[in-house]
Write a protein that binds this ligand. Structure first.
Ligand code: NAD
Length: 496
C-alpha cells in the first residue's frame, strides 16, 4: 500500500499475506532519488569494471557467503512478504545461490577476450572478441520469487561487470533491502543498490539513464517498459508471463506425471511463471491421470500449522482465479476437484478443471493460481498444436517413457525451456539459459547466454602486416581487382 504524506513524500507499507499484519514501511523513491542512485551506480560501475574478473569473483563469493550464512533469516523475510512457507523460501535461496555461484565462476571463461579465426583471406588480421559490461543495469522484479527471479538478472549482470540498481516489487521491498545489506557487508562500493517504490518508480528507473533494463513481470507491464526503453533505444531483456502446457503421452509414468503436475500447478499457490497451467493427455490414459491428480490435490493443506502453500500474495489475483474458473465452467468445463467455493478471500484451495474449451480464459490467459486444466487429446500431434496455440511461450513439459519421443516433442514446442519427465528441472542448472518466446518475452538470464545478455560484444581486428592485395585503400590497382574477380568464384562459387 502506498501512502502520501502531507509533505508530499510517499511510503510503501508491506503486510504479511498470512495474517495481514503490518511488516514495515519503505520510502517511495522520487524520480530525482532514482536519478541520483543511477549516478552513484555509474561511478561504482567504472570501479567494478576495473576490478577485472578475479577482483569481481572475490567480492561476489564474499557476497554469496554473507547471504548463505544468514539464509534462514532471508527465507523468513521472503515468507513474511509473500506468504509462502519458509521451506519453499529456503529452497528459493538455495537455487538462487547456485546461480550466483555459476555466474561468478564462469564469467571469465565465457566473457574474456579470445582470438577468433580471421580466415585465410584475412591472414594479416589478428581478430579478437571480448565482452564488455553495459555500465549500469536497471533491474525491475516481481513478487512471486522475490529473490530467485531478480537475482537471475542481478547475479549475471554483476558477474559481467555491471553495476545494478534494483527496483523490487512493491509487495516485496524488504527482501531486496535485505539483499542490498548483504552486498554492503561484502563491498563498500555502490555496485548494487535498491530503490523502493511502486510501478511509477520502475518507470522512473527506465528513464534514469541506465544502459540496460532487465524486466521481470507481466507481459502487459513489459510492453510499457519496452515503449519507454524505445525513447532512448535502451536495450531490454523481458522475462514475462506464461501459460505452460504439460503433455502426457499414453506411455508415461502416470504417478510421476501426477506428482509433477501437482507440484508445478499448485506449488507456491500456482504463482510461478513456469508453473503448469494446462495439461494435454492422450485420451486412453486421461481418466487414470485425472484420478491421480485429484488424489494429489486432496492431500494439500492450505491452512493449519504446516500448509502446503500460502495465500495469494497479491490479493487481486484471487479475483483473476475466480474469473477464469467461472468462465471455464460457464463454457462447459467441469471441476473435478474444488471449484468456485475453493476461493475464500486470498486463500485458494486446489481446483482441477477438465474438458475446458480451448478458447476460454483458463486456457488462454495466465491464471497464476492453484488451478490446473486437464484436457484430453486424440494424439500427440494434437497435444503439440494445442500447447503452441497461446500467445505465450515460456516453458513446457513432456511425459513419456520413450526418450526419443520426448526429445522430438520438445523440439516442436514453442517455448524457451522444455522439461522431459519433470517440471522445473532446469531451474537449478546454472549452464541452462532461461527466457521465453512470443508474449513470454525475449533475451535470456542464466548460463553463458545470461552472462552475454549483460555484456556488449566488442570486436578488435589488428592488422599485423600489409595485405598482399591492396583492397582497403582508395588506390586499388587493376591487378588487385582482377584477382578479386578470379577469387570470388573460387571462394564462393561451389555452393548449389
Ligand atoms: P507486474 O508486471 O505487475 O510488476 C513487475 C514489476 O514491474 C514490479 O516491480 C512493478 O512495480 C514494475 N512495473 C509495473 N509497471 C511498470 C512500468 N510501466 N514501468 C516500470 N516498472 C513497472 O508483475 P507482478 O505482478 O509483480 O509479477 C507477476 C508476473 O511476473 C506474472 O505474469 C509472472 O508470470 C511474471 N514472472 C515472470 C518470470 C520470468 O522469469 N519469465 C518470473 C517471475 C514472474
Amino acid at each position: 500500500m502506498t501512502l502520501i504524506h502531507d509533505d508530499g513524500t510517499a511510503v510503501l507499507t508491506t503486510t504479511d499475506p498470512r495474517d495481514g499484519t503490518t511488516i514495515a514501511s519503505y520510502p517511495v523513491a522520487t524520480a530525482d532519488d532514482v536519478r541520483r542512485t543511477v549516478e552513484r551506480a555509474r561511478d561504482a560501475a567504472a570501479w567494478w569494471a576495473a576490478q577485472g574478473f578475479a577482483g569481481r569473483r572475490r567480492i561476489l563469493l564474499a557476497f554469496k557467503g554473507a547471504i548463505a550464512r544468514d539464509a534462514k533469516d532471508l527465507a523468513a523475510t521472503i515468507a513474511r512478504e509473500t506468504g509462502k512457507p519458509e521451506g519453499d523460501a529456503l529452497l528459493e535461496v538455495m537455487l538462487t545461490l547456485g546461480h550466483l555461484d555459476w555466474a561468478t565462476k564462469n564469467a571469465e571463461r565465457v566473457l574474456k577476450r579470445r582470438k577468433v579465426k580471421a580466415g585465410l583471406v584475412n591472414y594479416n588480421q589478428h581478430a579478437t572478441l571480448g565482452y564488455e559490461p553495459h555500465g549500469v543495469v536497471g533491474v525491475i522484479g516481481p513478487w512471486n520469487y522475490p529473490f530467485y527471479t531478480p537475482m537471475g538478472s542481478i547475479s549475471y549482470a554483476l558477474a559481467a561487470g555491471n553495476a545494478v540498481v534494483f527496483k523490487p516489487s512493491e509487495l516485496t521491498p524488504g527482501t531486496a533491502v535485505w539483499v542490498a545489506g548483504k552486498w554492503r557487508e561484502a563491498c563498500d562500493r555502490t555496485v548494487l543498490q535498491v530503490v523502493t517504490g511502486d510501478r511509477g518508480t520502475g518507470a522512473d528507473l527506465v528513464r534514469a539513464g541506465v544502459d540496460k533494463v532487465a524486466f521481470t513481470g507481466s507481459t502487459a507491464s513489459a510492453k510499457k517498459v519496452m515503449a519507454a526503453c524505445a525513447e532512448s533505444l535502451t536495450p531490454l531483456v523481458a522475462e514475462c508471463g506464461g501459460k505452460d502446457a504439460l503433455i502426457v503421452a499414453a506411455d508415461a509414468d502416470l504417478d510421476a506425471a501426477a506428482d509433477f503436475i501437482a507440484f508445478g500447478a499448485l506449488g507456491n499457490a500456482g504463482q510461478t511463471c513456469v508453473g503448469v497451467e494446462r495439461v494435454y493427455v492422450e485420451r486412453p490414459v486421461r481418466d487414470a491421470l485425472v484420478a491421480k491428480v485429484v488424489d494429489r490435490a486432496g492431500r494439500i493443506a492450505v491452512d493449519g500449522d504446516a500448509p502446503t502453500y500460502g495465500p495469494m500474495t497479491l490479493p487481486s489475483q484471487a479475483d483473476v482465479v475466480a474469473a477464469h474458473v467461472d468462465d471455464a465452467l460457464s463454457r462447459g468445463g467441469q471441476a473435478v476437484y474444488g471449484g468456485p467455493a475453493s476461493i475464500s478471500g486470498r486463500t485458494v484451495s486446489p481446483i482441477v478443471l477438465v474438458d475446458v474449451p480451448e478458447d476460454s480464459e483458463a486456457v488462454q490467459r495466465e491464471t497464476f493460481g492453484p488451478t490446473v486444466v486437464i484436457n484430453a487429446v486424440a494424439d500427440l500431434d494434437e497435444a503439440v498444436a494445442r500447447a503452441n496455440a497461446t500467445d505465450y511461450g515460456l516453458g513446457a513439459a513432456v511425459f513419456t517413457k520413450d526418450a526419443h519421443k520426448g526429445e522430438r516433442l520438445a523440439a516442436r514446442l514453442h517455448a524457451g525451456v522444455v522439461t522431459i519427465n519433470s517440471v522445473l528441472g532446469f531451474a537449478a542448472v546454472g549452464a541452462l539459459p532461461f527466457g521465453g518466446v512470443k508474449g513470454s518475452g525475449f533475451g535470456r538470464i542464466h548460463g553463458a547466454d545470461g552472462l552475454r545478455e549483460f555484456s556488449v560484444p566488442k570486436s578488435i581486428a589488428r592488422q599485423t602486416r600489409k595485405a598482399a592485395l591492396n583492397l582497403l585503400t582508395l588506390e586499388r590497382s587493376p591487378r588487385d581487382m582482377h584477382l578479386v574477380e578470379r577469387m570470388i568464384p573460387m571462394l564462393h562459387g561451389k555452393g548449389r
